[in-house]
Design a protein around this ligand. Structure first.
Ligand code: 5GP
Ligand code: ZN
Length: 117
């Protein structure tokens, strides 16, 4: 899908907005969240504009799998693997999705509660 000019994550992908990138490959980009909710808070996004998980289809299967594997690699690199970490995807308004370009949050370095608020 073509980049969405209104989308802040597409702007980061295009190099038009700065971001602290921690990992990138041909399919995904991972960068520090601008308002971290934990000592480690990384966002992982597909390189193509996918508004939410609800928009995903069979053609996105490989990139969705890659995103989870990158979450695991980022957690290992940031030394949060042993103590545990959380991977979150907010989908839609009630879940609190505020950027309409699908992303995984990787959060670690503190205690998390369940259920989330
Ligand atoms: P959501 O609320 O959609 O699940 O998560 C969006 C996340 O994107 C939030 O944690 C927010 O802090 C982060 N965010 C929003 N704008 C920017 C930005 O311009 N740069 C970065 N690095 N993170 C952003
Ligand atoms: Zn986008």
């Amino acid at each position: 899908m073509t980049p969405n000019r209104q989308c802040i994550f597409c702007q980061i992908l295009a190099g038009k907005m700065p971001a602290r990138v921690v990992y990138e490959d041909d399919a995904v980009l991972a960068f520090e969240d601008i308002r971290p909710q934990a000592p480690v808070h990384i966002l992982i996004i597909p390189r193509h504009h996918l508004a939410s998980l609800s928009e995903a289809s069979k053609k996105d299967e490989a990139v969705l799998g890659r995103m989870l594997l990158v979450a695991s690699e980022v957690a290992r690199d940031r030394n949060i693997e042993a103590q545990g970490y959380r991977v979150v995807a907010n989908n839609g308004s009630l879940a609190g999705q505020s950027v309409d370009h699908f992303h995984l949050h990787v959060l670690g370095g503190r205690l998390f509660h369940w259920p989330p608020g």
